[in-house]
Design a protein. Structure first.
Length: 404
């Protein structure tokens, strides 16, 4: 069966040019870049070029890049550096819709005695800037806010947040894992202190990421070891993957117009087609979001059931629901946005890439209506093509009709 892959926010296919760039470093170019001989020098030169390519994509200086294993490590390195370099400050500000790398760190920090403020969002997933401003105190060590939400694609005003933090002398970190390679980024003109990214979101392999650390910012290493990464992350460099990320960054920079043109147009066409299905809605701000992402709710059906049937039809997608076996609790992002339970529970995320085609969108639009109709025909909350219950009767608590 031909697969239509619409889950690019989870991971992307490694670009053939990226793989081709990596292969020599598994064979001929096997030297350690720290070695003081010809083989080591050749590899070190390739690492410098990869660093230049990544710096060009995000608009920073090459020496401001620290290579890591993934976005999660980058987030952890940023958080713990900010806390260790400011031991007298015990307050962290984040949002209610962050990635688990931030949310679970925040929960752990609370257990250690830190005070954590989670700023809310509105119905469209937009950050409450007034609440954020009120949250900042002289005790705030770090503000960590994502750039683009991984579920809805909604973009946060990082330029405004960075300026606000800089005025108050507060370190600002952003998880930009979903944003890098999809929208233009120029860190030279932004007041961002640290930024996390991950290679497998932009057609590089899994297992490589990076952390931008602004020049002059105090930084405490998360990985303590040798002199690598200017002493900011010990351990022999993952050369093939760093080279792959460099090539992916070079390609992503060249393809930004396509990402924001052709890919955006395909996303919009897919979205408009799905909205023709009754009782369907888009979750999140449809203007200020990534060009490749849509989060769609099909009311009165269950997200995982949709994914199961789509998978059998050859479509790969993700659920916007955090449902697991025995649990009916929807995504924390959609709950924070106040999405009705009947919609949040039936939400899925569709995320495109330059590898997608118009023919795939046509095929997907032909499959979706049948899948949703089949599931609604089985639903006790849908009858004769319309909802069978008043939304007011369905609430997300332990006494609701769905749970019982």
């Amino acid at each position: 069966m031909e697969t239509i892959y619409l889950d690019n926010n989870a991971t992307t296919k490694v670009d053939p040019e990226v793989l081709e760039a990596m292969l020599p470093f598994f064979k001929e170019e096997y030297g350690n870049p720290s070695s003081m001989h010809l083989k080591g020098g050749e590899v070190a030169a390739s690492l410098r070029q990869a660093r230049l390519s990544l710096a060009a994509l995000i608009g920073c200086e090459p020496h401001e890049i620290v290579y890591t294993s993934c976005g999660t490590e980058s987030d952890n390195a940023a958080i713990w550096s900010a806390l260790r370099t400011q031991p007298d400050k015990k307050h962290l500000v984040t949002s209610k819709v962050e990635h688990s790398a931030i949310i679970n760190n925040a929960a752990f920090l609370r257990r250690l005695g830190y005070r954590v403020t989670e700023v809310g969002v509105d119905r469209l997933g937009r950050l409450d800037m007034e609440e954020l401003t009120r949250s900042l105190t002289p005790d705030t060590a770090l503000v960590t806010i994502l750039w683009a939400n991984n579920e809805t694609g909604v973009l946060f005003p990082v330029e405004e947040i960075g300026a606000l933090c800089r005025e108050r002398g507060i370190t600002f970190h952003t998880d930009a894992v979903q944003a890098v390679g999809k929208i233009p980024i120029d860190l030279k003109n932004l007041k961002i202190d640290m930024l996390a990214l991950s290679g497998h979101k932009l057609h590089a392999p899994k297992g490589i990421g990076a952390l931008y650390v602004r020049h002059g910012l105090k930084f405490a290493p998360f990985m303590i070891g040798g002199h690598q990464e200017n002493g900011r992350r010990g351990g022999t460099e993952n050369v093939p993957y760093i080279v792959g990320l460099g090539k992916a960054a070079e390609l992503a920079l060249a393809r930004l117009p396509e990402e924001n043109g052709r890919v955006r147009a395909m996303r919009d066409r897919l979205e408009e087609g799905l909205l023709r299905i009754p009782s369907t809605m888009v979750n999140g701000d449809r203007e200020f979001r990534l060009p490749n992402t849509t989060n769609i709710s099909f009311e009165y059906v269950e997200g995982e059931s949709i994914l199961f049937h789509l998978s059998h039809a050859g479509i790969c997608a993700s659920s916007g629901s955090a449902c697991t076996s025995g649990s009916l609790e929807p995504s924390h992002v959609l709950r924070a946005m106040g999405v009705p339970f009947t919609a949040a529970h039936g939400s899925i995320r569709l995320s495109l890439a330059i590898t997608n085609t118009e023919a795939e969108i046509d095929k997907a639009l032909g499959i979706f209506p049948g899948v949703i109709k089949k599931l609604r025909d089985l639903s006790p909350f849908w009858k004769d093509g319309a909802p069978a219950l008043d939304n007011a009767l369905l609430t997300c608590d332990t006494s609701c009709q769905v749970c019982n």
